[in-house]
Design a protein around this ligand. Sequence first.
Ligand SMILES: CC(C)(COP(=O)(O)OP(=O)(O)OC[C@H]1O[C@@H](n2cnc3c(N)ncnc32)[C@H](O)[C@@H]1OP(=O)(O)O)[C@@H](O)C(=O)NCCC(=O)NCCS
Length: 156
Amino acid sequence: MYPFIRKARSSDIDAIVRLNMQLADYHRKIDGYYQSGAQTADGFRQFLEKIIDDDNYLILVAQIKDKITGYFIGTISEAKPFLVPQKTGRISDAFVEKDFRKSGIGRMMFDTLLNWFKEHRVKHLELSVDVRNKIGVEAWKKYGFQEFMLKMKMDL
Ligand SMILES: CC(C)(COP(=O)(O)OP(=O)(O)OC[C@H]1O[C@@H](n2cnc3c(N)ncnc32)[C@H](O)[C@@H]1OP(=O)(O)O)[C@@H](O)C(=O)NCCC(=O)NCCS
């Protein structure tokens, strides 16, 4: 079955929140530092409602028949003042349901975001991924990202 990649509508918000809860729980399994999906759901829903009509964001969903199987969120913002480029493209969220992975749905959503970034003359993309998230790290490398900064934390 071929996925249909499209811009999210308000009526998709419930499905995207459900997927984001899975993404949160996926991270919580890596480290209890992350909140669970149940804890993040309300705040995430409010965030989605705020950004869904914002031209600086693009929320994509992958639909197979009536089912939303994944979503990606891209955003364009002013680059940090110490950087040469004026704007930065970011991918803030990326999730495909477990049973649908490794069949190119993530790649299709990434390519669609890439076209949107290019149309907006974005020349650089950044994203953060937990180094212990092997699937995520591998996917980003496949899509062409390279490591360039090391984020560190210390528990007190
Ligand atoms: C990352 C993700 C969005 C990619 O979506 P996808 O539909 O699987 O993407 P693709 O089919 O284009 O696969 C891209 C690569 O992801 C990696 N990958 C995806 N699923 C995997 C799995 N179950 N085991 C190992 N690697 C996997 C592989 O490197 C794969 O490339 P390959 O198929 O050539 O081996 C999806 O795997 C996912 O939701 N992962 C869990 C959440 C996550 O890590 N999100 C990113 C957080 S920053």
